[in-house]
Design a protein around this ligand. Structure first.
Ligand code: C2E
Ligand code: MG
Ligand code: MG
Ligand code: MG
Length: 294
């Protein structure tokens, strides 16, 4: 490919490639040091309880969403660095930091009289590694957060991709933390996940929510998921709720919780605090838990 026959073109392609490869190498190096330099930030998006009155929702928890505060690039979203961090291995340090921060913040809110549930996303590389269980245990111990107030979000595809994922999820659930299936319905293993994992919550993917008001099939699927979840003792969170009409349909369908731009975007901790101050305190609800005998 780089023979003399390709001439200048071949050289140009080679040159461009090495520039891109060099930029990628720089990014990976920066990512490797990002956690130690305090550049990994945790933002929070409220998870609300769905009530008949769509305007008066109470906050039951929040999802921790990671951002990389890069000195030149500004806030970099997870879509632009999580996959890289998985390939480079930096995900373990980033993931541990997010878990630690999320547990500390949730414990602080609990001490302040708001016992919120914090959701933390776990990546396939973390789920494929024995360190995750140790990290979760030590974050719980250091923060004092009651384990049932921590929800680990995994996707159905991870269970197929990560070796020993089933055993690890069961070990994690045995610590008392709860397991949620994220982006529920978008993979090829939704029902398998419910059958084989100790799942406490499903998060209906926002693509179904987006279609709920216009496409009868999307609404039918949401209603069926809510019914099935009810039979299994699993709670339902609807993701990506942007319109009041969607919230009303979801509440009528019996979904328990919702999350989306209608209520709030992911917020830095101080802004989340301000948002929270405008909400009615959570009325404590019994924690429902399901265990499977796999
Ligand atoms: P996810 O876990 O499904 O998180 C929900 C994503 O949807 C977030 O994007 C959130 O900002 C966005 N979102 C929330 N409400 C709405 C809405 O009403 N409309 C629309 N269009 N979008 C909404 P974000 O923060 O960019 O995160 C993207 C994905 O990155 C997450 O999807 C999750 O898979 C991953 N991620 C985020 N934080 C972490 C982390 O700490 N660790 C790992 N491993 N993955 C993470
Ligand atoms: Mg999630
Ligand atoms: Mg999701
Ligand atoms: Mg997602």
């Amino acid at each position: 490919m780089y023979s003399a026959k390709t001439g200048g073109g071949g050289v140009a392609v080679f040159g461009r490639r090495s520039a891109a490869a060099e930029a990628e190498a720089v990014l990976l190096r920066e990512l490797a040091g990002a956690t130690a330099r305090g550049q990994i930030e945790v933002h929070y998006q409220p998870v609300v309880d769905l009530a008949e009155d769509a305007a008066d929702v109470s906050c039951s928890g929040m999802e921790a969403l990671v951002r990389w505060n890069h000195p030149e690039r500004g806030l970099v979203g997870p879509q632009d660095f999580i996959a890289r961090a998985e390939r480079s291995g930096a995900i373990h340090e980033i993931g541990a930091h997010v878990l630690d921060q999320a547990c500390r913040d949730a414990a602080a809110w609990t001490v302040a009289g708001r016992p919120l549930t914090v959701h933390v996303n776990v990546s396939v590389a973390q789920l494929a590694d024995d360190r995750l269980l140790t990290v979760v245990r030590s974050c719980l111990r250091r923060s004092g957060l009651p384990p049932e107030q921590l929800v680990l979000e995994i996707t159905e595809s991870m269970v197929l991709e990560a070796p020993d994922a089933l055993r690890r999820v069961h070990d994690l659930a045995a610590t008392g933390v709860r397991i949620a299936v994220d982006d529920f319905g978008t993979g090829y293993a939704s029902l398998t996940a419910l059958r084989r994992l100790p799942v406490s919550l499903v998060k209906v993917d926002r693509s179904f929510v987006a279609g709920a008001t216009s496409n009868p099939a999307d609404l039918a699927i949401i209603e069926a998921v809510v019914q099935m979840a009810g039979r299994l003792g699993v709670e339902v969170v609807a993701e990506g709720v942007e319109e009041v009409a969607q919230a009303q349909l979801l509440a009528a369908a019996g979904a328990h919780h919702a999350q989306g731009f209608l209520y709030a975007t992911p917020l830095p901790r101080a802004a989340f605090d301000e948002w929270l101050a405008t909400r009615t305190p959570l009325h404590p609800r019994p924690v429902r838990r399901r265990t499977t005998a796999d």
